[in-house]
Design a protein around this ligand. Structure first.
Ligand code: PMP
Length: 403
């Protein structure tokens, strides 16, 4: 047994820890891990769709390779072969690049950490969507930023509001956006706004972090060009991820950026963890050689589209009329809005968990500046269609009893 923490222990944490705090929401979500609770909380893909057999094959073969390379240290920027494969994926998606433009990361989450570390001094401003991805706020916290939160509507970030904010915020350093099927709202940034965002970044000398884990989980229509493909001055750091299109456990993501940015990101990579897991990179590279990733993604898109419909039907049938939910054209979430004055955190603690035995993520947590507690992020990818119907019906009955 190690010694228990002494009452005399009062660690003097560095000031960068000032914004690094556990949240009440985290404790609530931990309760959602109870298997008797139907959780629409996490952004989990459907585990029944993981390509287990194919992954089993490529992991075995990577390990069995007589060179032992898959079990060895690897270059910190990532296995050259996988960097080239990712560059080919990006090029096919309309964002031309080469292996040299790619840095492999441990999940795109690592790119969020690095971007803030690289660009933002304490007290400088990160421009974010309002609401924005909670995990990004968690990654940015040690950089002690201020935030400017820009309203979003059905076409994504409001560019007039962004222009007005940038005109009066000289401390702005970077703009963080999830342009495709945003987490938490599911909305997509329109093409005219994509052009305008690049123009504003150029004009105000800002770096744009484009975070795209849901880009390929599209239910309808054609993809819009990435911000990176519209970038005229090399200001966009594009972050991609295998978490939603393959499996999150690989912890594999990447950054695509111009040389001055990529060089510094790569130094942060060495400092943080030397490199991403060689075995995971080698197995993924074999997977991309042997199997059709896009055929797998097509299966995911069909399944998630169907689940979204099941969830929205259930919401229409069971939730009180006053509650609205977005109808996203891709991604894993719908964003519910309750009447003003409704507190989705208190409702989850007092009613949803104990009575409906169902969980979501209370929306207040996704706002960088002023929380608006009458929202919830509801995930439709992880539960079976039956559990979606059952959980939404139970939540709806509890809502009707309370509202
Ligand atoms: N960005 C967004 C918008 C996300 O929703 C997530 C994960 N849910 C991430 C980044 C992190 O993903 P990864 O697993 O690639 O680290």
């Amino acid at each position: 047994m190690t010694a228990p923490a002494s009452p005399r222990l009062a660690p003097r944490f560095a000031t960068r820890m000032d914004q690094v705090r556990p949240s009440a929401i985290r404790d609530l979500l931990a309760l959602g891990a109870d298997p008797s609770i139907i959780s629409f909380g996490g952004g989990y893909p459907d585990a029944t769709l993981f390509p287990r057999g194919l992954l089993d094959g490529v992991f075995r073969d990577a390990i069995a390779d007589p060179s032992g390379d898959a079990l060895q240290y690897a270059p910190s920027d990532g296995l050259p072969r996988l960097r080239a494969q990712i560059a080919a994926l990006m090029t096919a998606d309309g964002t031309p690049c080469t292996a040299d433009d790619i840095l492999i990361l441990q999940g795109s989450q690592q790119g969020l950490d690095f971007a803030a570390k690289m660009l933002v001094n304490p007290g400088e401003t990160i421009v974010v969507e309002d609401p924005t991805f909670l995990g990004a706020l968690i990654a940015f916290a040690p950089s002690q930023p201020r935030y400017a939160a820009i309203p979003i509507d059905a076409d994504g970030m409001d560019m007039d509001a962004l222009a007005a904010t940038l005109a009066t915020t000289p401390s702005a350093r970077m703009i963080y956006t999830v342009p495709d099927f945003q987490n938490p709202t599911g909305v997509t940034l329109s093409l005219p706004r994509r052009h305008r965002l690049i123009d504003l970044a150029n004009r105000h000398d800002l770096i744009v972090v484009e975070d795209t884990p849901y880009r390929h989980i599209r239910f309808d229509g054609d993809p819009l060009p990435t911000l990176k493909s519209l970038d005229t001055e090399g200001r966009v750091i594009h972050l991609g991820s295998f978490s939603k299109i393959l499996v999150p456990a690989l912890r594999l993501g990447w950054a695509l950026a111009s040389p001055p940015l990529l060089e510094r990101l790569s130094l942060l990579k060495v400092a943080a963890d030397t490199q991403t897991s060689t075995l995971n990179m080698a197995a993924t590279s074999l997977f991309l050689d042997r199997h059709d990733l896009w055929a797998h993604v097509a299966t995911l898109r069909a399944a998630y589209r169907r689940k979204k419909e099941v969830m929205l039907d259930a919401i229409r049938q069971h939730f009180p009329q006053e509650v609205t939910a977005t109808d996203p054209q891709g991604g894993l979430f719908t964003w519910a809005r309750f009447p003003e004055g409704f507190d989705a955190t208190a409702f989850m603690r007092d009613h949803a968990l104990p009575k409906a035995r169902a969980a979501y993520v209370p929306g207040g947590t996704f706002f960088a500046t002023t929380p608006r507690p009458n929202h919830a992020r509801i995930n439709f990818s992880s539960q079976s269609e039956d559990r979606i119907r059952q959980g939404i019906a139970a939540l709806g009955a509890t809502l009707k009893a309370q509202m």
